[in-house]
Design a protein. Structure first.
Length: 299
């Protein structure tokens, strides 16, 4: 089996389709890379792109996308509901097959150095690729967001791992790392009160004593007049989606608020959805081989 790495870069643009398409085209143009999915959210003003391929090809595509984003996105004009520090906000590498996490870490360090040297964009390394314990968690790197980082980057504590100790005048800064599969899972609430959405998010956040593998925050969805608990599930096998969903639904009910829907951004492992199906259907003795496509050898 060939070496395969997944890359899931996030860009600070979700309202201009022509810009998103130009960035995605950079990945599609790289031989040996397959674009699997991309999703844009105008309220978050953010796009999540997913592609896979051989490690060096994936690194080449990630750099090309980052360079294009730097050309087309001006962070001085950016507004959106999602935390961010740069045009290309974060670039994680995920081992898929015949590739170790250590190899993904090396890939992240190579890419970060290239971005800093060729694009003059400061780079931070996070998760498995972190060079400082204080910068391992993405929320710690993003503290203060783009606006706050302009001054914070000048301090020793927030100095970048690569590149100039000043944000790029229009592209800001970029975070590069290596991590396991992550499920981006959002739950929508029928209230415009983002403070309440944040209060509910606090009950499931690992940092506030919630689920160990859960990061969450409240976000306003202005186009729909509602709010959202935006969640990153860092280990769906230990903390399943349905457990988090039920907790958010229960907490919302305490305040007379209803869950009106949920969404998954980008790709997710099939098992995460099968676990939810088994829970809600109360399936007994169910196994993956009972899935038609699985048994037929389609997947």
């Amino acid at each position: 089996m060939a070496k395969l790495v997944e890359c899931v870069p996030n860009f600070s643009e979700g309202r201009r389709p022509e810009v998103v398409k130009a960035i995605v085209s950079e990945a599609r143009a790289v031989s040996g890379v397959k674009v699997l999915d991309y999703s844009s959210d105008p309220d978050h003003n953010r796009t999540v792109l997913t592609f896979v391929g051989e490690p060096q090809a994936v690194k080449k595509a990630a750099f090309a996308c980052c360079a294009k984003a730097a050309d087309l996105i001006d962070m001085e004009k950016h507004e959106g509901g999602h935390p961010r520090i740069g045009a290309t906000d974060v670039i994680p590498f995920v081992p898929v097959s015949e590739v170790t996490m250590d190899e993904c870490v090396a890939l992240a360090h190579e890419l970060g150095k290239e971005i800093a040297e060729k694009l003059s964009i400061p780079v931070y390394f996070y998760e498995a690729a972190a060079k400082r314990p204080s910068m391992k968690a993405l929320p710690a790197v993003r503290k203060g967001e783009y606006e706050g980082l302009k001054e914070a980057i000048k301090t020793p504590e927030r100095a970048p791992d690569e590149g100039p100790q000043a944000t790029h005048p229009s592209a800001g800064a970029t975070v590069v790392g290596a991590r396991p599969f992550l499920v981006a899972f959002n739950i929508n609430l029928d209230t415009p009160d983002v403070a309440l959405a944040n209060k509910i998010a606090q009950t499931i956040r690992a940092a506030k004593g919630g689920y160990v593998n859960c990061r969450a925050m409240g976000v306003t969805l202005e186009n729909r007049g509602i709010t959202q608990v935006s969640i990153n599930m860092t280990d769906y096998t230990s903390t399943p989606l349905h457990r988090v969903f039920e907790t958010v639904k229960s907490e919302a009910a305490r305040y007379g608020v209803n869950v009106v829907g949920s969404e998954i951004i980008g790709l997710t492992p099939m098992q995460a959805l099968l676990d939810a199906a088994a829970f809600y259907l109360r399936l007994e003795n169910f196994n993956r081989d009972q899935i038609l496509e699985q048994g037929a050898g389609v997947l």
